[in-house]
Design a protein around this ligand. Structure first.
Ligand code: NDP
Ligand code: N5H
Length: 259
């Protein structure tokens, strides 16, 4: 049990657990350690079993699972309607979802196709807007929405390409959503995580080189973990962060301050 932050009696929706390496799973573990009730969403049936096994591995598992492909307005509406029916009030959402076609994560950004661009914006940026809209009526006691971004949304990073543009849209969406939802005491923030080896990062050429550069250049001289991102999300979900909204917190060993 986390002895600094208690979220006992509060309920959070965690979107984007693919496996035990997922950042969403790090966030789920931190929330669980603070006594929160969890609801997991998964994109399609293919992943249900794995997510169910992970959810059940948490001590005291009374966690719910709901299907939600964020490209579908119908899924989004049904997902939050089902959550409302099962638990009533929620206190936050962790949005840990992004996608771009592999061919758009290498070469020149200028070659990005219209379809590839729209797909990535749809899954990686618009989905936060749809999620916030559907989650808002369930956060009647106020709430906190946390999404994940990467430094490539602020600066040009080799090969991040289309995903950098999607993250820039996501980060701007955080600010506009924060302004809309502040009057309901709902806060919206992002965490800009340093590189972490997850399923999404699989197949990224030179990932080792990227990790090594952080070890050499970042102020903390090491990489970050899912647990560290999870604990920062826990802070943003808690009352300790009640004055913070529209913010992007870098959990990246300080790498972003370096020239
Ligand atoms: P994971 O591969 O573990 O998670 C990505 C998740 O996105 C998967 O659970 C995937 O679900 C989900 N997803 C993709 N398409 C959809 C969809 N249409 N509907 C619902 N869910 C979907 O990787 P990470 O944990 O690394 O990624 C989580 C977030 O963290 C992303 O936003 C990523 O950009 C961000 N991030 C990651 C960093 C890293 O180095 N790993 C660094 C900074 C930010 P499914 O498998 O079911 O398709
Ligand atoms: C500068 C870099 C390295 C190059 C770019 C990597 C971008 C990664 C983000 C996206 C989300 C990865 C992605 O969409 C992969 C898919 O094309 C293929 N993978 C899948 O479909 C798997 C099965 C599913 C689970 O993945 C998803 N996303 O659904 C950035 C790195 C140093 C840091 C990084 C990895 C950032 C990030 O945003 O994830």
């Amino acid at each position: 049990m986390n002895d600094m932050i208690s979220l006992q009696g509060k309920t959070f929706v965690v979107m984007g657990v693919a496996n035990f390496r997922s950042i969403a799973w790090g966030i789920a573990q931190s929330l669980h350690s603070a006594g929160a009730n969890l609801i997991f969403t998964y994109a399609n049936e293919r992943l249900e079993k794995g997510v169910r096994e992970l959810a059940d591995s948490l001590e005291n598992p009374n966690n719910l699972l709901v299907q939600c492909d964020v490209t579908s307005d119908e899924d989004l509406a049904k997902c939050f309607a089902s959550i409302k029916e099962q638990v009533g009030t929620i206190h936050g959402v962790a949005h840990c979802i992004a996608f771009a076609n592999k061919e758009d994560l290498k070469g020149d950004f200028v070659d990005t196709s219209r379809d590839g661009y729209l797909l990535s914006q749809n899954i990686s940026a618009y989905s936060l807007v749809g999620v916030a809209r559907e989650a808002k009526p369930l956060m009647v006691e106020g709430g906190s929405i946390v999404t994940l971004t990467y430094l490539g949304g602020e600066r040009v990073m080799q090969n991040y390409n289309l995903m950098g543009v999607s993250k820039a849209a996501l980060e701007a969406s955080v600010r506009y959503l924060a302004n809309d939802l502040g009057k309901y005491n709902i806060r919206v923030n992002s965490i800009s995580a340093g590189p972490i080896r997850t399923l999404s990062a699989k197949g990224v050429g030179d990932f080792n080189t990227i990790l090594k550069e952080i070890e050499e250049k970042a102020p903390l001289r090491r990489n970050v973990t899912q647990e560290e991102v999870g604990d920062s999300a826990l802070f943003l979900f808690s009352d300790l962060a009640r004055g913070i909204t529209g913010e992007n917190i870098h959990v990246d060993s300080g790498y972003h301050i370096m020239g």
